[in-house]
Design a protein around this ligand. Structure first.
Ligand code: SAM
Length: 465
């Protein structure tokens, strides 16, 4: 009956859940819930069913309540589907889909920070809500995890993100009063994941709960100093411990009496919701009057100017010309991204050999550990421009002069993802956008009926096809 759960944990949960405890424990006999969330910027609602069916092999996909484009699945390995490689959806635990909804991202462009962001489930959801508008700074302090975050940002075709790896303390000093929305999806004792990842149980101890609670207090204080006037913070965890969740909220309100909870907290348990465990709550200032005296969080104008200063850029004109020539040669005249690149000169920046289209209002990046800044357009080597994989993921098939659309269930699509050449019509020559089911997978270069594979080596699947 104990499912390997520590005695101190079950004793506490028995007190916490009272009559619900038995139901909670029974959940450990059932499989954990699996779900995927469609990338609404790539897949339109009419295609949800077919993308879901092809990717999971299941005819019936049940909706995750209240989350547009999210579906439970029981079968298949959607992570191996070409639609997944194309960023058509993100595999996300259903309960984890709720915190981002509290951020209240409307239609106006906002500056949003996802402070503890890897692997990027909530970042991709926030990006989906922002719909390419505003600036999304997504941070992960652990470098190896920041790399994964950056890859997911690329796969999902997010155009307006700055992916960084910084200590929250440093960010708090640097971005004082800067962000309109901040998500603190805090590292926690992970009790809500015990069914899904039984090994998480080994990490659990009352001391670890206490340490996580303190770290969450600190993360929330960092977030407060980065919040702009009238902004909103969402704090979430995947744990049940009151020392973290509810008491963290109480301690926060004690330390910041000018703040109030603005949406009732969400606490999801596997026996009350079809998902794993999660907690989420949002804070905003209860009173706008006197805020500068109380917290001094307002950004002084000079600091603000500094943040908005155009980035120090290396803009080698020759490289930019090569890049422009590539785009004009290979993309259609009405391609939105190309028109943006041609018109918004301020946002084109070079780092080393590579050229980027920065997000709108990109802050000064000096001394930040940047993993990705907007869209990596490509690289100049030996006087030639080579398009980057990231560029392929922000285009639509109709943007490219040469696009090859493979059947996502065909061996060719899997061959392409494994790094192999594919055949094409002999009339196609040069760079082409290789797609599956209408979503770009990456680049290829066609010559005499064969497409040379430019899918990045590090992403290639090993599966024999
Ligand atoms: N938001 C992510 C998502 O939806 O995919 C999950 C985030 S996970 C719950 C918490 C993250 O915080 C982890 O990636 C962890 O590496 C990071 N983290 C650990 N210690 C941290 C610290 N001291 N400051 C900030 N982040 C930290």
């Amino acid at each position: 009956m104990d499912h390997g759960l520590p005695r101190e944990y079950t004793d506490r949960m028995r007190r916490q859940l009272a009559s619900g405890f038995d139901e909670y424990i029974k959940c450990f006999d059932k499989p954990s819930c699996r779900a995927l969330r469609m990338n609404r910027r790539k897949v339109s609602a009419v295609d949800y069913a077919s993308v879901g069916r092809i990717s999971t092999g299941s005819d019936v996909l049940e909706k995750v309540e209240g989350i547009d484009g999210a579906f439970y699945y029981n079968e298949g390995s959607p992570g191996k589907s070409p639609y997944h490689a194309a960023g058509g959806f993100y595999i996300q635990e259903p309960s984890a889909m709720y915190p981002a909804t509290l951020l209240d991202i409307g239609d106006s462009p906002l500056k949003v920070l996802d402070l503890c962001a890897s692997p990027g489930g909530k970042t991709s959801q926030i990006a989906d809500m922002m719909n390419g508008q505003g600036l999304l700074v997504t941070n992960e302090v652990i470098p190896s995890r920041a790399k994964i975050l950056s890859e997911n940002v690329e796969r999902m075709g997010i155009k307006n993100a700055l992916v960084i790896s910084s200590d929250p303390d440093e960010l708090a000093v640097r971005f004082e009063g800067y962000f309109d929305r901040i998500l603190v999806d805090a590292p926690c004792s992970g009790e809500g994941m015990f069914r899904k990842n039984p090994e998480a149980v080994n990490e659990w101890s009352p001391e670890n709960v206490e340490m996580c609670a303190k770290r969450q207090d600190w993360l929330l204080d960092c977030a407060v100093s980065m919040l702009s006037e009238g902004g909103k913070i969402v704090y979430s965890t995947c744990t049940f411990s009151p020392e973290e969740d509810e008491q963290c909220v109480e301690r926060f309100l004690m330390r910041h009496p000018d703040f109030a909870v603005c949406d009732p907290a969400i606490k999801l348990y596997p026996h009350t919701f079809r998902g794993e465990g999660h907690f989420a709550v949002s804070f905003t200032e209860s009173d706008m009057v006197g805020r500068t005296e109380t917290g001094g969080r307002r950004c002084c104008l000079n600091e603000l100017r500094q943040h908005l200063r155009p980035p120090v850029s290396v803009r080698p004109p020759v490289s930019v010309e090569l890049m422009r020539a590539f785009l004009m040669e290979n993309l259609q005249d009405d391609c939105e991204l190309m028109l943006q690149v041609l018109n918004e000169k301020e946002r084109i920046t070079g780092f080393g050999d590579s050229l980027y289209l920065l997000p709108d209002q990109c802050p000064d990046m000096e001394r930040l550990k940047v993993y990705r800044a907007g869209i990596k357009l490509g690289t100049i080597k030996k006087g030639r421009f080579t398009p980057d994989h990231a560029l392929s993921h922000v285009l639509r098939p109709e943007d490219a002069k040469n696009a090859i659309d493979l059947d996502p269930q065909s061996p060719e699509a899997l061959q392409y993802l494994a790094g192999m050449t594919i055949n094409c019509d002999k009339s196609i020559k040069g760079w082409c956008l290789v797609c599956a089911g209408g979503l770009p997978l990456g680049w290829g270069k066609a010559s005499q009926g064969v497409v040379k594979n430019h899918y990045p080596k590090g992403l290639r699947s090993n599966s024999s096809v």
